[in-house]
Write a protein that binds this ligand. Structure first.
Ligand SMILES: NC(=O)c1ccc[n+]([C@@H]2O[C@H](COP(=O)([O-])OP(=O)(O)OC[C@H]3O[C@@H](n4cnc5c(N)ncnc54)[C@H](O)[C@@H]3O)[C@@H](O)[C@H]2O)c1
Length: 374
């Protein structure tokens, strides 16, 4: 492969985050095939034009159906609203394109299975864009867990707090419509923490959930209102197959919290704490430390031998949120070039979706739900 020609669909928030990654990735990753930012597509032609000018995409489309069939595209990057993920990914895979897709992978597990099957049948590389798997501190946590440093895991507690919907005048968007988003805070935020739980602890056994929509309708342009058909917050409790207990809280009504994602993992030998607002740090407690000096220590995850850090700056020169996208795009481009195998793939997206679906069912039926085996 001479170069990897990318077509991106969706030219807004995630379109920008991924575009920034394509611009930077070649300077920090050893890519056997360099990336070419071939086309940006958005039904909003102005947004596509803007992104093309800002980041240097070489052409503009307004139809993803046309984009995925182009001969000069090798890989499709899906950064659109959740309802569109499945059809774009399936058609892209059938056209022989490699596919990276934003989270949540799609609307429900049935759709996720269709995406996984299409990618496997076409034998293309596929990735679910769970960028927090590529935070160096999270990868260090994984290493410490795999090395037995915290022993048997008893608890995985995850909170994901935002507050942008506390304002009742915040307008109605696709994120408030179950037909466009699948769910609200749950699919958006619990998707990340469910994936991190699977990555760090293992598979889920069963869950029970409660959800609430605090503001029932929101303003639309022209003075009308629309009914909010998704959760504003969904909390759930989980049992993992290995016996650990989990607690997950996702809300867009955590007044004062902007993007507060905190994990606490308690084990028989030690504990780990991660907070996205302190992305370069991992807190570690070890019961193996001498008793007088026992206590949580803060590891600055910026050393050259920490995950991904050999690509960046000298120790102590911190990285940020946007680097997680450079890491995921860098890994996916290497997978497309045949340099490495890559996770999280559409199978991981499906497994996450099964947990998300079960939580919604549980919240409605008010009972524990078992997670399917595969
Ligand atoms: N990884 C993360 O941390 C993270 C953060 C935010 C959003 N996301 C995910 O990224 C995806 C996009 O979210 P966003 O915040 O960028 O949304 P957004 O509303 O800001 O942008 C979506 C863009 O997609 C375009 N679009 C919608 N339907 C389309 C279609 N059929 N064809 C072409 N373009 C279409 C819209 O016009 C819009 O420009 C969602 O799945 C979301 O859950 C991930």
């Amino acid at each position: 492969m001479q170069e990897i020609r990318v077509g991106i669909v969706g030219a807004a928030f995630m379109g920008r985050a991924h575009s920034n990654a394509y611009l930077d990735v070649g300077s920090y990753f050893q890519l056997d095939a360099p990336v070419r930012m071939q086309a940006v597509c958005d039904t909003d032609a102005d947004a596509a034009d803007r992104l093309s000018r800002q980041y240097g995409w070489l052409s503009v489309e307004t139809s993803w159906e046309k984009l995925v069939k182009r001969d000069d595209i090798d890989m499709i990057d899906i950064c659109t609203s959740n309802k569109t993920h499945m059809p774009i990914a399936v058609e892209a895979a059938r056209a022989g394109k490699h596919v990276i897709c934003e989270k949540p992978l799609c609307m429900n597990a049935d759709e996720a299975k269709q995406m996984l099957n299409a990618a496997r049948e076409a034998d293309v590389r596929h990735m679910t864009a769970f960028n927090y798997r590529r935070v160096p501190a999270i990868l260090l946590a994984k290493q410490l867990i795999d090395d037995g440093k915290i022993g048997q895991i008893f608890h995985f507690n995850a909170v994901y707090y935002q507050d942008w919907l506390v304002d009742p005048n915040f307008p109605f968007t696709w994120r408030h419509d179950v037909k466009e988003g699948g769910s609200g805070a749950h699919g958006d935020m619990n998707a990340h923490t469910v994936d991190l739980a699977r990555f760090l602890v293992g598979e889920f056994h069963s869950i029970t959930a409660a959800q609430e929509t605090f503001v029932k309708e929101r303003n639309k342009p022209g003075g009308t209102k629309d009914k909010v058909t998704v959760d504003d917050a969904l909390y759930f409790m989980a049992r993992f197959k290995n016996g650990a207990l989990g607690n997950f809280m996702a809300t867009r009504f955590a007044t004062g919290r902007k993007n507060f994602l905190r994990l606490e993992i308690f084990g028989s030998n030690g504990s780990l704490v991660f907070n996205l607002e302190r992305l370069n740090e991992l807190q570690y407690f070890s019961r193996m430390d001498a008793s007088l000096s026992q206590g949580f220590r803060t590891i600055m995850v910026t050393e050259g031998n920490h995950p991904f850090l050999n690509k960046w700056w000298p120790p102590g020169h911190i990285i940020g949120w946007e680097h997680t996208f450079i890491h995921e795009i860098g890994d996916f481009l290497q997978a497309v070039a045949g340099q490495i195998e890559v996770k999280a793939d559409f199978y991981d997206g499906l497994r996450c979706q099964q947990v998300l679906d079960a939580a919604v069912t549980s919240a409605v039926e008010q009972k524990w739900i078992d997670i399917p085996n595969a």
